[in-house]
Design a binder for this molecule. Sequence first.
Ligand code: FA5
Length: 334
Amino acid sequence: MEIKKEKAKILKKIKETKSLKELDEVFKEAQNEIKNFTQKLKKLSLKQRKKFGKEINELKEKLEKEYRAKKQVLQEKTKEKKEFFDVTAPGKKIELGSFHPITLVKNRAEEIFQSLGFEIILGPEIEDEWHNFDALNIPPDHPARDVLSLGKTFYLEEKKLMRSHTSSVQIRYMEKNNPPLKIVAPGKVFRKDAIDATHEIEFWQLEGLMVDKKISVANFKAIMEEFLKRFFEKEMKIRLRPSYFPFTEPSFEVDISCVICGGKGCQTCKESGWIEAGGAGMVHPQVFRNCKIDPKEWQGFAFGMGLTRLTMLKYKIPDIRYFHSGDLRFLKQF
Ligand code: FA5
């Protein structure tokens, strides 16, 4: 039996096939040929049967292997043909994202303060007690430092914490730099506040610090009014209310004339005509001493504005919870 000759013939044919249909035909033909060989085996002696039986099995295996391999090649080719690329078809529009409203406000605030000569400084979100509290003259028994449910600070392991305000950046900067200083530090802060329309547990603040030989509250008022005028693109009034922060003396809350009603009184400002924008004050002498700056020689103001609240005012967003909602209907408006 001329099995070897047949084998070479079959493999050559498979190699030459150009379509799946043709390949199947060659395969079937070869299978029939193998069947013929098997039938002829019966007539042979035991010794010959063993010899040719082995050869037939080898041929069968080889045929199947080659058939599968060629089939895959032909299938790939037809797939490629089907993937027709129409160069004249209009392109797919790539969906572009946009800046989050808080980022827009942060960028604008940075731009304005930079033009007023302030440097932008960033600090870490994970802080230690020294920079978030002690150096800011906040005593160990202050309610904000309470680790139990009364406190508003998120504590981590090894006395680390999520900063509860950006005032920690003031300390980091004053420790490393000598006055005169003029910086703003935007960033995220974290507090265990009950969430409602105006409170989140993660929100943005913008810290400001200006230290020089003769800095007064008048300088602060002028800078703040200029910033607000440019930010809201209209004349803004501010009002300083006496307040208390351990790291400033005197301290005050900064109110701005209501951007919704212009000061006449409305729902947003609870009919008062004023909206609270942040805290501020003259840097406490002890804070200067903690940073190795002589309070007899230097003085300055510091402020901490709620950037998230400022964003709500700028875009008239009635509820702070929209910011983290991930709702595209909200985000696509900016
Ligand atoms: C402070 O955090 C002080 N570090 C500010 C400061 C800096 C005072 C420098 C003096 C000198 P206060 O806790 O009031 O202050 O927060 C400042 C502003 O952050 C608030 O006026 C408000 O606009 C915003 N804010 C406070 N809590 C939340 C909250 N849960 N969600 C959103 N905004 C908040």
